[in-house]
Structures are given as structure tokens and as C-alpha cells.
Design a protein around this ligand. Structure first.
Ligand code: LLP
Length: 385
């Protein structure tokens, strides 16, 4: 999807700001992920948190993927979109009783459990229903994901998962929890991991832990390695997809997968990021003391990643071919952090021009808010406009 590939005339007719999804690219991405997983018999649970747009979920579900959910409402959204309960995993450090009961009633595949008190509550709630909950222990492997600190999850200082030091105790307590069936272990070290070799130490930790569990006489049927594969925000046209094959090959090489054991993944960003853009209109070009501001009608309420994680999204002016100028591209929200990018070279821009913020399909629309009483951005799809 290069600048020239946007249906500029059609986009111009839609009220901005809005999300625009290239469904062809999504379908191509799903095909490649499917091929990569099929090669090794891996199971893919799409991380719903990346984008829970109904149509996106339906397209992913229709390709046979499972779903990784982190709230009761995500579980409901996944079911509504056609993901079978038997392919739903449910993670999160703070599952409420209501959410656990919902998941038990739906007979989801697995709870990815993050603490001892949660394990005990799931056991109690399952017992009340006369059910057995299948669980995987989310283990914090203390592996550095080398990514932004807000999206690092696998270090001892993070709130996620069981610490390895507590596993002796957990395996002991599990023996007395009659309504829990331990079916595996789960990991997720962080997001936007650009160098796939960052996952090698995870493989080593998983191998060590497999030996540990076997030493305790526990056979693990499932290993879930989470998500985290990064995408190219700098040059989405050069890399509309990350190296999925290299990623799966790395795990295939590094993991000592046991006979009859199933390996699961929970990719989110890498599946949906590049198929989505945020489309916005220039309200004003304002000349400041030392800078020129392009003030657009989208703000941090529509795409919070730059404000929250200092994230970069490539911006293109699809209305202009004039020579580039330097601008700060900012939104209309009453917050100084409402800046998409500073000192940015953009084709000379005027009021009314249409800009696209690229690679916005993941953690974009789903993280939008109504701060300043703004409308939520609407989604549009390349095959339906
Ligand atoms: N599994 C678990 C347990 C997770 O916590 C996450 C993401 C994923 C899978 C999917 O990871 P992915 O493949 O998308 O990297 N809002 C942030 C990202 C937060 C990620 C949270 N967990 C952002 O915009 O960068």
C-alpha cells in the first residue's frame, strides 16, 4: 500500500478522522501466518486486544485462528465474531469472578493464570459449577524483550505471571485443587520485539522449565509462547509483514518440543498493524515562532501510541506532491502530548489536505477514547467503500 495505492478520491469523501483497513493485506498476512504455523503444527490465537473491530475479528476467525482474550468482553466479542470457545485462551492479572464465571460457562479452552490467589478463585468457582477449568500457568521468565518499558512484560519487576521462584509452591498447591487441570505453561515477554533473536533466551528458559516440570512428574500438553513480534513502523511499504517464517523457524529450532505437545502463539500487532491507517484532514497550518504546525482533526484520542509510548507512525500527505517542508504534526486535544511527530518532512501542506498515519491497525482504533467529548473514529474497509 504505497502512497499512490490509496483510493484518494474515495477517502476524500469520508468524514475524518477515520480508520481505513486494507482487507487484502490482512488476508495475505493471515495466509502467511497460517502457512508458517501449519508447517510445524502450531496453533495461533489472535490477540484480540490489538484490534477488536467486529469485521477484523470475523475475517481472522474465518481463517480458523483461535483468540487470546484479556477480559470477559473480549471473550464475548471473540465468540460473537465466530471464534469457537474451544480455541479461546483467557489471560490477565485481574480476572473478576464475573469474567471467570462467563469463561467457565462458555467452556473456553484455557485460562492463562497469573497468580496463586487467582488459581484458588478459579478452582472455587469451577467447583461451584461442577466443572474442571483447564489452566496454563503464565510464568514470568525474567527475559528482557528489549522494547519500550511500557510494553515489556517478562521481567521480574513486571506484574505479570508467576515468578519462577514460586513454582515449587504452586505445583504443590495444584495437587489439592481438584477443579483445576493443569494443561500447560504460558509466556509473553513483551511487544514490538524487532529482533527475532530476542526470543532465543525465551526458548532456553522454556526448555529449562520443561525439564523442571518433568522432574516433578508433570507432563505439559501445551506450551504457549505469547505474542510480541514487531513490525516496521519506519518503512511499512518495504515490510508490509514481518518475517513470520523466520520467527516460527526460530522457535522450531530452539524449543525442545515434546512428543504429543502442542505449541501455541498469541500474535496481535504483527497480524493487524500494517493493514490499518488513520486518515485525518488538515484543519490549519499555523506558523509559530520557530516551527510550523500542521494541525489535523485526529488527535491522541484517535491514536494514542505516540503520546503514550513515544511511538512513531509514518505520515503521508496524499493530497500533495509539492516539495517537502518541516512540520510538527499535532492534534486538536488540549494536551501538550497531543503530538503525532515533530520536525517531520511532509510534502508542502495546506488546509484541507488529507494525511494518513500508517501502521495504525494495531492498538489504534481499539485504544481510542472520547476525551474532550470527541466522537470515536469510524472504521472503513478497502473492499467496502
Ligand atoms: N499475549 C499477551 C499475554 C499479551 O499481553 C499481549 C500484548 C499479546 C499476546 C499480543 O502481543 P503483540 O503480538 O501484539 O505484541 N498498546 C501497546 C501494546 C500492548 C501489548 C500488550 N500485550 C502498543 O500500542 O504498543
Amino acid at each position: 500500500m504505497t502512497k499512490g495505492n490509496f483510493p484518494v478520491e474515495k477517502l476524500k469523501g469520508i468524514e475524518t478522522p477515520f480508520y481505513y483497513y486494507d482487507t487484502d493485506l490482512l488476508k495475505k498476512t493471515l495466509k502467511i501466518v497460517k502457512e508458517g504455523t501449519k508447517k510445524y503444527g502450531y496453533i495461533q490465537h489472535y490477540a484480540v486486544k490489538a484490534n477488536a473491530n467486529r469485521r477484523i475479528l470475523e475475517l481472522i476467525a474465518s481463517e480458523g485462528f483461535g483468540a487470546d482474550c484479556v477480559s470477559g468482553n473480549e471473550v464475548k466479542a471473540a465468540i460473537t465474531a465466530g471464534f469457537p470457545a474451544s480455541k479461546i485462551v483467557f489471560a490477565g492479572v485481574g480476572k473478576t469472578d464475573k469474567e471467570i464465571n462467563l469463561a467457565l460457562d462458555l467452556n473456553i479452552f484455557c485460562f492463562n493464570v497469573e497468580s496463586m490467589p487467582e488459581l484458588i478463585v478459579i478452582n472455587e468457582l469451577a467447583a461451584k459449577k461442577g466443572k474442571t477449568a483447564q489452566v496454563a500457568l503464565r510464568i514470568n521468565p525474567n527475559v528482557d524483550a528489549h522494547t519500550h518499558e511500557y510494553i515489556t512484560t517478562g521481567l521480574n519487576e513486571n506484574k505479570f505471571g508467576f515468578s519462577m521462584a514460586h513454582l515449587d509452591n504452586v505445583t504443590e498447591v495444584l495437587k489439592s485443587l481438584k477443579n483445576i487441570k493443569l494443561i500447560g505453561i504460558h509466556f509473553h515477554i513483551g511487544s514490538q520485539i524487532e529482533d527475532i533473536h530476542t526470543f532465543s533466551p525465551l526458548c532456553e528458559k522454556v526448555n529449562e522449565l520443561q525439564d523442571y516440570f518433568e522432574g516433578k512428574g508433570i507432563k505439559l500438553e501445551n506450551i504457549n509462547l505469547g505474542g510480541g513480534l514487531g513490525v516496521d513502523y519506519d518503512d511499512p511499504d518495504a515490510h508490509p509483514m514481518p518475517d513470520f517464517q523466520g520467527y516460527f523457524d526460530l522457535f522450531n529450532k530452539g524449543l525442545k518440543q515434546r512428543e504429543g505437545q502442542t505449541v501455541h502463539f498469541e500474535l496481535g500487532r504483527s497480524i493487524v498493524a500494517q493493514c490499518g491507517v488513520l486518515v485525518t484532514k488538515v484543519s490549519y497550518v499555523k506558523h509559530g515562532e520557530s516551527k510550523t504546525f500542521v494541525i489535523v482533526d485526529a488527535g491522541m484520542t484517535d491514536l494514542i501510541r505516540p503520546a503514550l509510548y513515544q511511538a512513531y507512525h509514518k505520515v503521508e500527505n496524499i493530497s500533495s506532491d509539492l516539495p517537502v517542508q518541516k512540520y510538527d504534526i499535532v492534534g486538536p486535544i488540549c494536551e501538550s502530548s497531543d503530538v503525532f511527530v515533530k520536525d517531520y518532512e511532509l510534502n508542502e501542506t495546506k488546509r484541507g489536505d488529507i494525511l494518513v498515519l500508517r501502521s495504525a491497525g494495531a492498538y489504534g482504533e481499539i485504544m481510542a477514547s472520547q476525551y474532550n467529548c470527541r466522537d470515536l473514529p469510524k472504521p472503513y474497509f478497502s473492499d467496502k467503500i
